[in-house]
Design a binder for this molecule. Structure first.
Ligand code: ATP
Length: 386
């Protein structure tokens, strides 16, 4: 088993017209032996290009990639001990499951047929699909095909697994089942894994660490909980979490933030963390907004319930500030969302007092996006109370 290092890895595509596209810029991360790293970001941010460089399907323009300390840049895909699983399962339709799984072995080893067969059978057993071995891909469901694609990668016993959105063709229920299964498998096998997705839920639930990319640039590498509670910048704060963090653009006036919707008084300690920044974005996670019966705190605000989205276990409640900018009609005012227990009854049009506790707020420099201050976490409880 092996660690995988990306050191300043950059990919520049040359366009026909002579222009350049920097798909990945100065990507640096050290993925531990046996670690599950999820690469996440919006469409076009450079995830697949990064993975393809690791696989050797794309050249590296500059920087270095090392596997177990050995430079890989010039090695052909077949010379890297890496197996890749794609979104499209890429199975050969005319071959049986057994032949599809054996094919990878035939390509990469000089094992005898009997040995290959027993490895294929062992792997099929591990994936709970021994009865599928003699079927062809056309006779399998999407979930089963994905399992075969996984099996084909596992049977090779590689140093590294690369997975490019492998679950995105599956329906929601199967996807969440396969998520758990994949995680368990990866843990049992202990193979270093890089998993690409644009789905932040997959990133949060599967990764030992997640690497968040935007516009070809790495924004943060952190455990899911760190990325959620201690985002490095506005992009990460907005990308991780569903519903997204609420943001309000404010201006600093001494130890107070002044905004279009409301003003927010800061303690001296929090105000100190702002440094020289004057344009500040205040962020608060929906589950940290409290609805209280009697507003008496300086961080309580009169609001009106705009929309309630019942999710069963919880309600997403969209609120508007009641006493914000008089020149704007209610509909023109920005909404923000609070997540409340599904057992609590709340109705559209209801007037409620929303509390935005100072402990829970994040503050960002609006110009650079950098986090100036993240929410306080109790030593004991790392997750906020609902
Ligand atoms: P998605 O989630 O939509 O698959 P992605 O994050 O995987 O997106 P990439 O496919 O890595 O993004 O693409 C990153 C950038 O590089 C995009 O701007 C894309 O248009 C560009 N790009 C990718 N491949 C090429 C290529 N062969 N030639 C030119 N530009 C390319």
């Amino acid at each position: 088993m092996t660690n995988l290092e990306m050191d300043g890895v950059t990919k520049v595509f040359r366009e026909g017209g002579g222009g350049e596209i920097v798909a990945v810029s100065d990507f640096t991360v050290d993925i531990d032996d046996g670690e599950f790293l999820v690469l996440v970001g919006p469409s076009g941010c450079g995830k697949s290009t990064t993975l393809r460089m690791v696989a050797g399907l794309e050249t590296i323009t500059s920087g270095e990639m090392r596997l177990g300390g050995e430079r890989m840049n010039e090695k052909k895909p077949g010379e890297r001990d890496i197996a890749m699983v794609f979104q499209s399962y890429a199975l050969y339709p005319h071959m049986t499951v057994r032949e599809n799984m054996r094919f990878g072995l035939e390509e990469s080893t000089d094992m005898g047929k009997a040995e290959m067969n027993s490895l294929v059978e062992e792997t099929a057993e591990m994936l709970g699909m021994p009865e599928l071995l003699d079927r062809k891909p056309g006779e399998l469901s999407g979930g089963q095909q994905q399992r075969v694609a996984l099996g084909r990668a596992i049977v090779r016993d590689p140093e590294v697994f690369l997975m490019d959105e492998p679950l995105s063709n599956l329906d929601a229920k199967l996807r969440s089942q396969m998520r758990t299964e994949l995680q368990r498998l990866q843990e049992d096998l202990g193979v270093t894994t890089v998993y690409v997705t644009h789905d932040q839920t997959e990133a949060m639930t599967m990764g030992d660490r997640i690497a968040i990319l935007n516009d070809g640039k790495l924004q943060q590498v952190a455990t899911p909980i760190e990325a959620y509670h201690q985002p490095a910048n506005l992009f990460v704060a907005g990308f991780i979490g569903e519903p997204s963090m609420n943001f309000f653009e404010m201006e600093r006036d001494g130890s107070k933030l002044v905004g279009e919707q409301f003003d927010y008084a800061l303690s001296a300690e929090t105000a100190n963390e702002l440094g020289d920044s004057t344009n500040v974005t205040l962020g608060v996670r929906p589950e940290d907004v409290e609805l209280v019966s009697n507003g008496s705190d300086e961080h309580d605000f009169e609001t009106v319930v705009d929309v309630v989205e019942p999710m069963g276990n919880e309600n997403n409640v969209y609120l508007r500030f009641a006493d914000a900018d008089e020149s704007k009609t209610m509909e023109e005012r920005q909404t923000f969302v609070a997540t409340l227990s599904g057992m609590r009854s709340i109705e559209e049009g209801q007037e409620v007092v929303a509390r935005i506790p100072e402990d829970a707020i994040h503050l960002f420099d609006t110009e650079t996006g950098a986090a100036l201050r993240n929410r306080r976490l109790d030593q004991e409880a790392t997750l906020p109370n609902r």
